[in-house]
Design a protein around this ligand. Structure first.
Ligand code: DGL
Length: 283
């Protein structure tokens, strides 16, 4: 028998996905949640697609074993490889971050080109180009890989001179374009939104709109649970559990800023490496 109070599972390579988890918790406070950050293997964005898919399957299998009712892939790098194969045969619906982000950018844009900032794996996959062109075939898209942003954010260097220099260097790739909207195509980047906005304004000589997918994903989860009739009752407690695959004691301060407001989550350690091994699917 289906249990509507079963938790929503959310995973990311590290702590960045907490920006999405937090948006879901604010939107749906009575829903339970298990957040998994694969801190032992972060970053994913510089690895091969095959390795990213293998890690993602381990994470999804861990969460499926924990009894989740819905899986949210709060990682662009994983979502960019496609969501097929992650929860096949389990009946668990899977929500990624790319389509909601693409939709949010098109809604925010005044009709100009859209820029996507993401990890190397995300940019090489062309997933954002495909998602945007499904909705608006002619829209120009400029994608920039920004691999140093993730370690800088995980290190807490959110307003650091080095991060500003790196942002200026990356955003220089947009010089001379008519870009009016930038998608933060990595769940770590909302933490340095201000630094990115500043660098973009410097390079382009004007303000641009900056969007991320956290709110759009939370809306999609709410819609999906509503249509499916499997949302938790409003009287439910909404219990949340946060787990990581390495060093739970090292991440308190960083986690607090990703979670943003309210009580900072506390983490326990889990091992996911042997989960879902042998699973089939196309990734
Ligand atoms: N936060 C992840 C994303 O949204 C990737 C970070 C990484 O592991 O490289 O793409």
């Amino acid at each position: 028998m289906f249990d509507p109070t079963a938790p929503i599972g959310v995973f990311d390579s590290g702590l960045g996905g907490l920006t999405v988890a937090s948006a879901i918790a604010q939107r749906l406070p009575h829903e339970g949640m298990i957040y998994l950050g694969d801190t032992a293997r972060v970053p994913y964005g510089t690895r091969s697609p095959a390795t990213v898919v293998r890690y993602a399957r381990n994470n999804a299998a861990f969460l499926a074993d924990a009894g989740i009712k819905l899986l949210v892939v709060a990682c662009n790098t994983v979502s960019a490889q496609g969501l097929g194969g992650l929860a096949d045969g389990s009946g668990i619906p899977v929500v990624g971050v790319i389509r909601p982000g693409a939709r949010a950018a098109l809604d925010a844009s005044a009709g100009g080109p859209i820029a996507v900032l993401g990890t190397q794996v995300t940019v090489r996959s062309l997933a954002y180009e495909h998602a945007i062109h499904e909705l608006d075939p002619g829209r120009p898209v400029h994608a920039l890989a920004c691999p140093l942003f993730v370690p800088l954010v995980e290190e807490g260097w959110n307003n650091h001179t080095v991060t500003r220099m790196v942002a200026r260097e990356y955003l220089a790739g947009l010089a001379g374009t008519e870009v009016d909207t930038i998608i933060l195509g990595c769940t770590h980047y909302p933490i340095i939104r201000g630094v990115i906005a500043e660098a973009a304004a410097e390079v382009l000589g004007r303000e641009v709109t900056i969007v991320d997918s956290a709110t759009a994903v939370a809306d999609q989860v709410a819609t999906l649970l509503g249509e499916w009739g499997r949302g938790a009752p409003v009287t439910a407690e909404g219990r949340r559990r946060f787990v990581v695959t390495d060093a739970p004691d090292r991440i308190g301060a960083a986690a607090a800023q990703f979670w943003g407001g309210g009580d900072a989550p506390t983490f326990e350690h889990v091992d996911v490496t042997d989960r879902g091994v042998g699973a089939t699917g196309t990734g």
